[in-house]
Design a binder for this molecule. Structure first.
Ligand code: Z15
Length: 839
C-alpha cells in the first residue's frame, strides 16, 4: 500500500459514509454498528453504558477526520503552535460538548430516540475526567475550547492521572473521600500513541566531558528511567473543522529495565520497579492552593514537562526546521509554576542533547516561554528544598545555578551594592534550609508574565513579583480570565439559550459581546416575564434533582442563594454561614418577621488534609440539620449541601442561581471564574472587591451588583494596625450571638468541642477578616432580600448582568493571549470533498 494507493482508497469513500455522515439515519446505523463491533453487544443485552460507548465512538468518528486534517495541516504549513503546559485539566463530559460543537445534537437525539432510547440518560453515563482541582484546571479546559474555536494551532499537554480528584460523599455531615476510578469502564475519547513514547530520567549524577569540538559538556547518568506514553484526546472547536489535541502522559516502566532485573534472576525486583514507575501518574494531588512539597509531586511535574518538551522538539525537527528556530514555531504557556521546571529542562535539552551554546539556548528558551501566575497566597508559591531537588534532578540543579549566576550578574550591574535586592531576586531562597523558587525561575525564563485579573496583576506588581516588575516592567501584562459560552451557556442552559437566540440571533455564541443587544430588552415587560418563566423552570429542575437525590423539598420561588467552589478559609463559606445563623436568630426572636424565603445551596470539596475546611463542611451540614427541621422557621430558610461538586454537577447549579456568592477576602482570590458562569446565566452577584468581581461590577455597572466589605487596601491597613477580631465580636450583638450559638453546641447536639477550633480561629486570629466584614455583609444581604421582593426589577437587573457579561468569554481572553503574548494567528482547516459529509 503506497501513500498514493491509500489516498485513492480515501477518495472512494462515499459522502454518506458510516464514519462521517451526519444525517440521523446514518448516525443511527453507525451507532448500531459500533454497538455490535466495538462493544460486542446486540440490543437485547446492551446496557445503557454500552449505548453510551456506541454513541461516543460514533461522535468520535465524526471528529477524527477533522482531527487528522488539523494535524496534517499544521505539519505541512509551518504554522506557529501554542503549547499549553498544565498539570491539571477539567474538561467535563466530552460527548454533549462535541454534539454542540459539531452541530449534531438534534440528529443524534433523533437517531437515539429512533432506537427507543433517551439521549439525556445516555449522556448521564459518561464519567467526567476529573484531572484537576478547581479553577486552574477548568480554565485550561475553557482555553482549549476557545483555542480550537478561534482556529489557533494548539496542543494542551498534561498528565493522565489514573485517579483524578476524589469523589465526595457526605456521611453524618462530614466529607468522605472516594477514589475516582474514572477509567474503570474504558475511555472512548483517548487514543494511546505508544509509538511516540519518550524516556524521562531521574536521579543519579552528572559528569563533565569534552566534545569533538573541544567544548566543555556535561552528561547526566540517571539512576532511573521512566517511559512516558502519550494519550491523545480530540478537542473540538465550535462549528469549525479545527480539532486540537490534548496530549496527556502516562508513566510506564521501560521494557529494558524489567529485563535487566529479570536476567539477573530478580523477577520480583523487576515487577517492583514497574510498580514504582507507574506510581508516577497514579493520582492527582487533591490540593487546590496551597500545594504541598512532596517528592512525588515534583516527579510528576518534571515527568510531564520533559515528555512534552521532548515531543515538541521532535515535532519541530520532523517538520524539517533547524533547532535554532524553535521559538519561532512554538510558544509555551506555563499554567502556574507547576510546569516551571520546563525552563531548566529546555535548556538541558538544547545544551546537553542538541549541543547548542548556552546563550543561544537561553535566547530560544526565554522567547519560547510565558508564565501565568494564579495566586498571591504566599503559602501557595512553590519552592522545593534544594537537596530534594538536587537528588532528583542533579543536572537541572546545575543549570539553575548557572541561570541564577548569569541573572544575578545582570542584577548586580543594575543595582550596585544592593545585596538585599540580590537576595530577594535570587532563584535560591537562602536561610535555614535552601529552596528553589519556582516562580522566580518562571519569571527569569519567560518573555511575558501575566496575572489573571486586573487587581491581581496590580498586586503581583506591587507585592510578590515587585522586584521582577522593577527590573522588567515590559514583561508584565494582565489577561483577565474568561469562560467558554459553549459549555457554560449553550450546553448547560438550553432554555435561556433559546430565549436569547430567538431575540438576538446566535452570533453571541462566538462573539459574546453581542449580548449587548439584550440591553434594550431589559426594558420590555413581556420579555422580562418570559425570562422569569425560564429561570423558574431551571430552578425547578435543580429542586427536582435535589428532591430525588437528597429527599429535600425546595421552594422554587425562594431566593436560590448559591456558593459553589472549593472550600477554603479565604473563600469564606463560614461568613455565609454566619449570615444564615443571623437570619435564623432573627426569626427565632420574632416569629412573625417578614423575611423573603431563601434556599442556601453550597457545593465544594475540601482538600483531604485541610482540617479547617472539612470542619466548615460539617458546620454547613450541621446548621442545615437544625434550620431545615425547626418548625419556627416555617421553611423560610433551607440549607443544602450538594455533595460532589464537579463539572457535571456544577452544570445543574449555575443556571439555577438567583444570587452568586463571591465573598472572598479582598486581595485573596486571584480572579475567580465561577463568578462569570453564574452571571452569564442570569444570577446577581453579592461580592467583595476581589479578583474579577471588580471588573464584573464595572461591566454590569454598580447598581446591578451587591457590593460589600473592605477593599484589599483596607485589609492591609487593618492588619498593619493590629487587627483584633474580638473587638468586632464584643461590639456587635448579632455577630456575638451567631458565634456564641456555634460555640454553645447548639448545632452539634451539645458538643461544644466540635466547632471550637473554628470559633477559636475566628476570635483569636481571623486571618481572613470575616468579623471585620460581617456587618457590611449582613446589611448587603438585607438589601438583596429587599430587592428580591420586586421580581420585575430583579429580572431587569439579571438581564442587564447577562447583557454586559460579554467581556468574560474565554474567546476574548484567548484573543488577548494571541495578540499580546503568543504572536500566533488562526489557521483554517479545509476538509477534502470526500470528507465533507452533509447533514
Ligand atoms: C487554582 O485553582 C487557582 C490558583 C492556584 O494557584 C492554584 Cl494552585 C489552583 C485558581 C485561583 O484560585 C482562582 O482565583 C482563579 O480564577 C483560577 O485559578 C484560574 O486562574
Amino acid at each position: 500500500l503506497s501513500p498514493e494507493h491509500i489516498t485513492e482508497i480515501y477518495d472512494s469513500f462515499h459522502i454518506e459514509d458510516d464514519r462521517t455522515g451526519l444525517s440521523s439515519e446514518t448516525l443511527q446505523r453507525a451507532i448500531a454498528d459500533n454497538l455490535y463491533y466495538i462493544q460486542g453487544k446486540f440490543p437485547e443485552i446492551a446496557t445503557l453504558y454500552d449505548y453510551y460507548m456506541a454513541v461516543a465512538y460514533t461522535v468520535r468518528d465524526r471528529l477524527l477526520h477533522r482531527w487528522i486534517n488539523t494535524v496534517k495541516t499544521y505539519r505541512e504549513q509551518d504554522v506557529k503552535v501554542v503549547c499549553y503546559l498544565s498539570a491539571e485539566y477539567l474538561p467535563g463530559p466530552h460527548l454533549e460538548n462535541n454534539l454542540v460543537n459539531l452541530g449534531i445534537y438534534d440528529q443524534v437525539q433523533q437517531a437515539v430516540e429512533s432506537s427507543g432510547l433517551d439521549l439525556r440518560s445516555i449522556l448521564a453515563q459518561e464519567e467526567e475526567p476529573g484531572l484537576g482541582n478547581g479553577g486552574l484546571g477548568r480554565l485550561a479546559a475553557c482555553y482549549m475550547d476557545s483555542l480550537a474555536t478561534l482556529e489557533i494551532p494548539a496542543i494542551g499537554y498534561g498528565i493522565r492521572y489514573e485517579y483524578g480528584i476524589f469523589d465526595q460523599e457526605i456521611r453524618e455531615g462530614w466529607q468522605v473521600e472516594i477514589t475516582d476510578k474514572w477509567l474503570r469502564l474504558g475511555n472512548p475519547w483517548e487514543i494511546p500513541r505508544p509509538e511516540n513514547a519518550v524516556e524521562v530520567k531521574f536521579g543519579g549524577y552528572t559528569e563533565p566531558y569534552t566534545d569533538d569540538q573541544g567544548d566543555y559538556r556535561v552528561r547526566w547518568i540517571p539512576h532511573q528511567v521512566v517511559n512516558g506514553i502519550p494519550y491523545d484526546t480530540p478537542i473540538s472547536g465550535y462549528r469549525v473543522n479545527t480539532t486540537s489535541t490534548m496530549r496527556l502522559w502516562k508513566a510506564e516502566a521501560p521494557e529494558s529495565f524489567d529485563f535487566q532485573a529479570f536476567n539477573v534472576g530478580d523477577y520480583y525486583g523487576a515487577v517492583d520497579a514497574k510498580i514504582i514507575s507507574e506510581n508516577l501518574t497514579k493520582v492527582l494531588y487533591p490540593n487546590d492552593e496551597p500545594i504541598q512539597g512532596k517528592q512525588l509531586r515534583l516527579e510528576q511535574q518534571y515527568f510531564f514537562v520533559s515528555c512534552s518538551l521532548q515531543n515538541l522538539l521532535k515535532i519541530h525537527l520532523l517538520r524539517g526546521d533547524p533547532i535554532e528556530t524553535f521559538h519561532e514555531k512554538f510558544v509555551i504557556q506555563l499554567n502556574d509554576t507547576h510546569p516551571a521546571i520546563g525552563v531548566a529542562e529546555l535548556m538541558r535539552l538544547l545544551v546537553d542533547e542538541y549541543l547548542l551554546h548556552w546563550q543561544k539556548a537561553w535566547d530560544i528558551t526565554q522567547q519560547a516561554f510565558a508564565y501565568t501566575n494564579h495566586t498571591l497566597l504566599p503559602e501557595a508559591l512553590e519552592t522545593w528544598p534544594l537537596n530534594l531537588f538536587g537528588s532528583l534532578l542533579p543536572r537541572h540543579l546545575e543549570i539553575i545555578y548557572e541561570i541564577n549566576q548569569r541573572f544575578l550578574d545582570q542584577v548586580r550591574l543594575k543595582y550596585l551594592g544592593n545585596p538585599d535586592k540580590l537576595a530577594r531576586l535570587s532563584l535560591i531562597e537562602e536561610g535555614g534550609s535552601k529552596r528553589i523558587r519556582m516562580a522566580h525561575l518562571a519569571c527569569v525564563g519567560s518573555h511575558a508574565i501575566n496575572g489573571v485579573a486586573a487587581l491581581h496583576t496590580e498586586l503581583l506588581k506591587e507585592g510578590v513579583l515587585k522586584d521582577f516588575y522593577d527590573l522588567w516592567p515590559h514583561k508584565f501584562t494582565n489577561i483577565t480570565n474568561g469562560v467558554t459560552p459553549r459549555r457554560w451557556m449553550v450546553l448547560i442552559n438550553p432554555r435561556l439559550t433559546q430565549l436569547i437566540t430567538r431575540e438576538i440571533g446566535e452570533t453571541w455564541i462566538t462573539q459574546l459581546e453581542d449580548f449587548k443587544r439584550l440591553e434594550s430588552l431589559a426594558e420590555d415587560p413581556a420579555f422580562r416575564q418570559e425570562w422569569r418563566r425560564v429561570k423558574r423552570a431551571v430552578k425547578q429542575d435543580l429542586a427536582d434533582y435535589i428532591q430525588a437525590h437528597q429527599g429535600l423539598t425546595l421552594n422554587p420561588d425562594s431566593i436560590f442563594d448559591i456558593q459553589a467552589k472549593r472550600i477554603h478559609e479565604y473563600k469564606r463559606q463560614h461568613l455565609n454561614v454566619l449570615h444564615i445563623i443571623t437570619l435564623y436568630n432573627r426569626i427565632k426572636h420574632n416569629p412573625r418577621l417578614a423575611v423573603p424565603p431563601r434556599t442556601f445551596i453550597f457545593g465544594g470539596k475540601a482538600a483531604p488534609g485541610y482540617q479547617m475546611a472539612k470542619l466548615i463542611i460539617k458546620l454547613i451540614t450541621s446548621v442545615g440539620e437544625v434550620v431545615n427541621h425547626d418548625p419556627d422557621i416555617c421553611d423560610l430558610i433551607k440549607v443544602v449541601f450538594l455533595p460532589d461538586f464537579n463539572v457535571t454537577n456544577s452544570q445543574r447549579i449555575y443556571p439555577a442561581a438567583d444570587l452568586s456568592e463571591q465573598i472572598s477576602t479582598a486581595g485573596k482570590e486571584a480572579s475567580g471564574t465561577g463568578n462569570m458562569k453564574f452571571s452569564m446565566n442570569g444570577a446577581l452577584t453579592i461580592g467583595t472587591l476581589d479578583g474579577a468581581n471588580i471588573e464584573i461590577r464595572e461591566a454590569v455597572e454598580a447598581d446591578n451588583f451587591f457590593l460589600f466589605g473592605h477593599t484589599s487596601e483596607d485589609i492591609v491597613d487593618l492588619k498593619a494596625q493590629g487587627y483584633v477580631p474580638k473587638t468586632f465580636y464584643n461590639t456587635n450583638p448579632a455577630l456575638k450571638e451567631a458565634i456564641d450559638l456555634i460555640a454553645s453546641g447548639y448545632f452539634s447536639h451539645g458538643n461544644r468541642a466540635l466547632f471550637q477550633p473554628l470559633v477559636d480561629q475566628l476570635l483569636q486570629a481571623d486571618p481572613y477578616c470575616l468579623l471585620a466584614d460581617y456587618q457590611s455583609y449582613i446589611d448587603c444581604q438585607d438589601q438583596v432580600g429587599q430587592a428580591f421582593q420586586d421580581q420585575d426589577t430583579w429580572t431587569k437587573t439579571a438581564i442587564l448582568n447577562v447583557a454586559r457579561i460579554g467581556r468574560f468569554s474565554s474567546d476574548r481572553a484567548i484573543r488577548e493571549y494571541c495578540r499580546e503574548i503568543w504572536w500566533v494567528n488562526p489557521v483554517s482547516i479545509h476538509l477534502e470533498e470526500y470528507q465533507q459529509a452533509k447533514a
